[in-house]
Design a protein around this ligand. Sequence first.
Ligand SMILES: Cc1cc2nc3c(=O)[nH]c(=O)nc-3n(C[C@H](O)[C@H](O)[C@H](O)COP(=O)(O)OP(=O)(O)OC[C@H]3O[C@@H](n4cnc5c(N)ncnc54)[C@H](O)[C@@H]3O)c2cc1C
Length: 479
Amino acid sequence: MNLHWHRRDLRVADNRALAESVADGESVLPVFVFDPQILDHASPPRVAVMLDALEALRSDYRELGGDLLVTRGDPREELPRLADEYDADAVFWNRDYSGLAAERDSEVRLALDDAGVSRAAYHDELLHEPGTIRTNEGEHYSVFTYFWKKWRDREKDAPFDAPEAGRVVGSERIAASDGATDLPTLADLGFEEPEADVPPAGTEAACDRLREFCEETIFEYAEDRDYPAKDATSRLSVHLKWGTIGVREVWEATAEAAERADGDPDEEGSEAESVEEYQSQLAWREFYAHVLSARPDVVTRNYREYENDIDWRDDDEALRAWKEGRTGYPIVDAAMRQLREEAWMHNRLRMVVASFLTKDLLLDWREGYDWFRERLADHDTANDTGGWQWAASTGTDAQPYFRVFNPMTQGERYDPDAEFIREYVPELADASAEEVHGWHELDPDEREAIAPDYPAPVVDHAERREAAIAMFEDARGDD
Ligand SMILES: Cc1cc2nc3c(=O)[nH]c(=O)nc-3n(C[C@H](O)[C@H](O)[C@H](O)COP(=O)(O)OP(=O)(O)OC[C@H]3O[C@@H](n4cnc5c(N)ncnc54)[C@H](O)[C@@H]3O)c2cc1C
């Protein structure tokens, strides 16, 4: 019998290490370890999703005649202990490429070696593992377009089958005295209920979402994905983060959609182009994971250093206005409130609010990253640092420093009827789209008459744009 150690792979189907652990007719005992060291870095929405996903995982195992063993402690001690208690031959798991988890994995390897327990770690989280797609010089890619071409043309693995019923160790073998399959509550783990309504977790929810998305929406993705009022994106990020769906399964569904699509990927406006646009988002996820694996320091340091330090400002009041969605820039505020309410934010808006924090408020991207990490249910170290550093002009193939999103134009272009804005900023419910998008140009009396409870802009965008460019020119050492 083998142990399968679940981490960010909370599913039974399309799980490489789990499939490997039952190969050769072995049976498997699945285990999840609540690790206080990892929980120290977690936040209420993420833990809430994780607990829901674990509950769904446990019931999937029960349907297979098995169960999920749940423990709490340091995996370096827990895994050798469990291997001994259950007389397991080996411990299997899927690799995690983010800094803290990767460090923990190497320590667990040593602990199992010391205890004389075999172990096997597999690549599962991505279609192509870090280190397998490199430049001709053998480096990781720092420009997405080149990475994408190589990534797209590589053959992809098919999904793995779930273990057959009867192969998973059931509760009769799991020590009943431990209460060993009980899941803790948020409060047991020391977390409060999240302020946001977290999305449904578990493989069933993920598969439903994927199926629904690939029926029709994917064919309009390229055209609609930038409009937050439309439900035009897959919303799979939370599932990919927790591994409640396998990435091979997602890829296979998109490949099937590509076969049904009209036109050719090179044909502008075709369905095939749209499917490929979606596939390229999956590649962005892998691109950032490869970058993080090669440069674990990007979590706290600029990927791209300037000649001098960037002279970010300290401004607690502005930071608070941004977090609370009270900057007086309607699209920014609607987005920040979506984050607060749903623990998710539309991609276009993540770019807008990140640009606003760094280039209008002139605050360090790490302040924004910390807030996203706290509030996003789909927070993923690689994607989050990648996105923030892109917006802050410090990342891989980042926005050039002189390109500053104009929040009014972004609102007008991507939410022309102010439908999304009015949904999340009720103070503007009675304002016309023109008034919403022209909020910065109204005089105080007009603002007072239209939406007395909504703030005036906290900064002047035109002035701040100039200040941001000057700040980056100083950092570059330009004369
Ligand atoms: C400042 C900033 C922070 C971000 N933080 C995160 C984060 O913590 N976690 C996260 O998963 N994504 C993050 N993203 C990327 C992106 O915004 C989200 O993946 C996307 O909005 C999730 O919604 P979706 O699943 O409907 O995406 P879809 O448009 O349906 O895309 C499908 C999948 O592709 C991947 N993807 C899409 N866009 C990107 C991207 N730009 N970079 C990397 N992967 C991408 C995601 O896994 C996503 O689920 C961030 C982007 C920015 C600009």
